[in-house]
Design a protein around this ligand. Structure first.
Ligand SMILES: C[S@@+](CC[C@H](N)C(=O)[O-])C[C@H]1O[C@@H](n2cnc3c(N)ncnc32)[C@H](O)[C@@H]1O
Length: 230
């Protein structure tokens, strides 16, 4: 049986088109797939690293009362954050209004239930602007999964999100740690994080994508306690 696709929703954005579709392959359950500007963003078949992004970060810190998640996607990182009872406040910053709408109106079936959590605030904005405007607000943890990592960008403008000036803006509002998801290793990202944070580690996450074995990466950057913002 050839792979079958069925479009679920489509939106035109300033950055191109955003498409949500189902994918059906022989002897595999149907999955939901998100594409932006013609590029695969993610699907519901393999979400272990999206969840690991949250789990690894939450394990690192004593009291993750306030968490910021950059990039809603299909909501797996956010859902894992909200599953932790220590989290009192979670802010998700997402670029695409249409994606938030699809999550709210059930076009993405698990969306309404996750968005109903009272601890959650969803902000439609570019993370670059959200951090520039963050003011005195601060977060125990910041999780960034807004693009595929510096080597495989969906949106070229996101290159700045892996560089020192943006990471410095993130550091200003981060009390304990930042974790960044990346599809590949990046010495450049590791060096930039090293300039801004006190301790940086690249953690590999092997995943099986159908017949293909891949390794995704989490970059964990910590703030030394003596330097932590209050
Ligand atoms: C790979 S998905 C995130 C997946 C998510 N971790 C999950 O568990 O489903 C990346 C998301 O970031 C959003 N995004 C891309 N660039 C952004 C930016 N500059 N600011 C905010 N969100 C952005 C995309 O629209 C997409 O929803």
């Amino acid at each position: 049986m050839p792979t079958e696709y069925a479009e679920v929703a489509r939106a035109e954005t300033e950055r191109g088109e955003l498409v949500l579709r189902t994918r059906r392959e022989e002897s595999a359950p149907e999955v939901l797939e998100l594409r932006a500007n013609g590029v695969f963003v993610m699907d519901t078949a393999e979400t272990s690293t999206e969840r690991a992004l949250a789990a690894a970060a939450l394990d690192l810190v004593d009291g993750p009362a306030s968490v910021l998640v950059g990039g809603l996607g299909l909501g797996f990182t956010m859902r894992e954050v909200l599953a932790d009872p220590r989290v009192e406040r979670c802010t998700v910053v997402e670029l695409e209004q249409a994606l938030v709408d699809w999550m709210r109106d059930g076009t993405i079936p698990h969306g309404p239930q996750v968005l109903a959590d009272e601890r959650l605030t969803v902000v439609v904005n570019d993370v670059a602007l959200a951090f520039a405007e963050a003011g005195e607000v601060s977060y125990d943890l910041v999780l960034l999964d807004v693009d595929n990592g510096p080597g495989y960008l969906v949106h070229d403008e996101n290159a700045e999100l892996y560089r020192v000036p943006f990471l410095t803006a993130v550091r200003r509002v981060t009390r304990q740690a930042l974790v960044v998801w990346s599809a590949d290793t990046s010495a450049e990202l590791e060096a930039a994080l090293g300039e801004v944070f006190d301790d940086v580690r690249a953690v590999p996450y092997p995943v099986q994508l159908g017949a293909r074995a891949e390794t995704y990466w989490l970059y964990v950057a910590r703030v030394a306690q003596e330097n932590a913002a209050t």
